[in-house]
Ligand binder design. Sequence first.
Ligand code: ATP
Ligand code: MG
Length: 449
Amino acid sequence: MRLSRYFLPVLRDVPKEAEIVSHRLMLRAGMLKQEAAGLYAWLPLGYRVLRKIQAIIEQEQDRAGAHEMLMPTIQSADLWRESGRYDAYGKEMLRITDRHERDMLYGPTNEEMITDIFRAHVRSYKDLPLNLYHIQWKFRDEIRPRFGTMRSREFLMKDAYSFDLDLGRAREAYNRMFVSYLRTFYRMGLTAIPMRAETGPIGGDLSHEFIVLADTGESGVFCHADLLDKPIPTHDVDYLSDLQPIVDDWTSLYAATEDMIDMAEFESTVPEDKRIAARGIEVGQVFYFGTKYSDPLGATVTDDEGKEVAVHMGSYGIGLTRVAPAIIEANHDDDGIIWPVSVAPFEVALINLKPGDKDCNTANEGLYQSLTNAGIEVLYDDRDLGAGAKFATADLIGLPYQLIAGPRGLKNNEVEIKHRRTGERETVSTDAAVARLLALIEPERRDKI
Ligand code: ATP
Ligand code: MG
């Protein structure tokens, strides 16, 4: 992509309304524009990040055996009356009346609708296990939308729903999602720790929140320090096998949110020098809630003895539009964002130091072509601007590597690579630059772990 033709409205000044660093940086880097309280437009650079987050989630959900589909954002109130949640949900639900005076709502979550789909089509235990998910906009009329897309009113969520014959098999479905979440967040460059959590309005009695530690997080959390650098299960995990040992291994180290913390247990099971009491951001949550929705909605199957039984369900959410700022909270410095390669909007910023110079242009055009041909995503800063402004933009938008090419170096057939995270610089020959960048980037894509 040529920056001269791109839409990247970076802001020079720090927006006053933004209280936390990720919100400030998303506005300054031209990723977002607020349209109303808790409602945001994702501009091209931001949308590329969102799409990368989405692709990782889809790959890992599919691997774990979930099937992607798409349900509407608007739902009928009648379905929610069946489950009893229409009245229970309260003011967070955006209620709408259509032209025929029918009560509708903008979905805050989809347990009822997925249960309705299930009951319309599934009859037998032989069709189980089943896990269906979608990635769709949700609306919750949050009393205090804040921190940009971290807590917005409209937000993009991946929500998966599992259906199983009994508790034991529902636990297996829960474990599959648990393990796939460990992998999903790791691939995004996030350390997200599963913690015992309260179930809230979704209901049920087994739940974990996946939490990224950050001072600006809205939840108080308590956990064992060894969870921070615990290796995640790799690609050879077999989702059809028994995953309980992996889950037990993770949950054997204490971790709980402030709603669930048992101080006596925390202090007796975690050595003093390993105790972390901190703030965190909830990026995902998994729930097992048994027959809470299948009972009232009549979602049953016949078991192997021909008996009708209500299916055991779980649901599994990830907030995509919250993940993006959470990644920034964990990856930035005074100059701007530092994207992990796997979610970076582009992998390399190619900086032409002297666009007026014919030889310099030719060399830069050549590099742009070679990088693109090598499958590297490049944002080519070909604008007629001074080097200082280009460096500032590249640092602000946080692309993992900068390839800097100017007349002085090119005279000796040399260019410079800057590592955004460490600030390290290396001079390489123009011919070797692409191979060097590829060697740096490929393992950091984390797509083969
Ligand atoms: P919170 O406690 O932060 O209000 P929640 O527990 O009500 O969130 P869930 O029902 O568990 O949210 O939704 C699944 C995921 O959707 C959350 O883990 C979070 O990542 C995301 N999410 C929920 N509410 C919002 C919001 N208002 N803005 C952005 N993302 C959200
Ligand atoms: Mg939650």
